[in-house]
Each structure stands twice: as C-alpha cells, then as structure tokens.
Design a protein. Structure first.
Length: 179
C-alpha cells in the first residue's frame, strides 16, 4: 500500500460545492482507498491505496464525487514523499512562527512559461515567493486575502494549483506519518 495525500480545490466554500467529509471518506473507500482520514472541511485527505498512477486515481475520485454530488472537483494527489520534500524545501523557515502567512501552492504540473517579472511586480515590500518545479511558496505576512500577488499567482504561473497554509500542510503530514 502507498500513502497519499489529496488536496481538494474549491469545495465547501461559501455553501457551494458541498462535500461532507464523511461522504468524502465513503467516496475514497469506494474506489479502493483504505485508512482514510480527513482534516478540516476544505478538503484534505490522507489515505492508502495500491494504485500507483496518481492521475488515474485523481480522475477516479473526481468521477466518484461527480456521481455522488454532481460536480467534479479538482483534486491534487501527492505521495507522502512529495509532501515531505515540499515541507523540507521551505525557503522561508522563519515564517513558520506565523503559519497562516506561509502558503504552499501545489502545482498540477511544472510551469512552462511563468511570468516571474509580473509576479515580482505585484509583490509588496513584505511579501516573498519562490517557485520550484512542483510548489509555489508564498510568504505574505500581511495576509493572503489582501495580497495581489496571491490573487494573480495562478494566472501568472500559467498552471492550476491548490494552495494550503503551513499549519494545514504540517497537520496533514502529521496525520500521514501516523499511518
């Protein structure tokens, strides 16, 4: 069995695209997942599966949710190793003292032509970012909700991403590590 982390995008936000976590557990189990655990309503799950093709697993799960709830969420599935690497490579370790200010954007693919100049131009004097092959790290001490950089990053990267703050990333990693 392989341990995976699933980050869902845009579910349970403002009463839209509702997916209760109990139902998410059932959907995951229906496609063969085992030892399913969830964290908060925004859609974070840890589970085990024999499936090795993450794209196939994501499509299966999205189709299962569509059958049950009538919408297909974007789901980013990571290996435990990939999540551990993203945490270990955090370029802003001093920011972890304010975990809601540090965000990791998990990329659906490696950006081909990211507009880094425009991203840098949108940055405030307190904001910092770093783009790696699979993660967009953003430290926004004044809040992500007010950040023009955060609001425009996906468009300027040219690739979809699913964002989580440091506290959530660490909690999910802790859940995954406990098995």
């Amino acid at each position: 069995m392989n341990t995976y982390v699933a980050f869902f995008r845009g579910i349970n936000v403002g009463g839209n695209r509702s997916l209760p976590m109990k139902e998410l557990v059932v959907a995951l189990e229906h496609i063969g997942a085992r030892k399913v655990r969830t964290y908060i309503q925004s859609g974070n799950a840890v589970f085990e599966s024999t499936e090795k093709n993450l794209a196939h697993l994501s499509k299966q799960l999205s189709a299962e949710i569509n059958m049950r709830r009538g919408f297909e969420p974007h789901i980013h599935i990571l290996t435990l190793e990939a999540l551990s690497k993203a945490i270990a490579e955090n370029p802003f370790p001093e920011a972890v003292i304010a975990p809601s200010s540090l965000h990791l954007g998990f990329l659906s693919a490696s950006p081909k032509n990211p507009n880094l100049e425009k991203l840098a131009a949108l940055r405030t004097s307190s904001e910092r970012f770093l783009l790696t092959e699979h993660v967009f790290y953003l430290h926004a001490p004044d809040g992500v909700g007010r950040s023009r950089l955060a609001a425009n990053s996906e468009k300027l990267l040219g690739i979809s991403m699913t964002d989580r703050n440091w506290k959530t990333v660490c909690k999910v990693m802790e859940m995954a590590s406990l098995g």
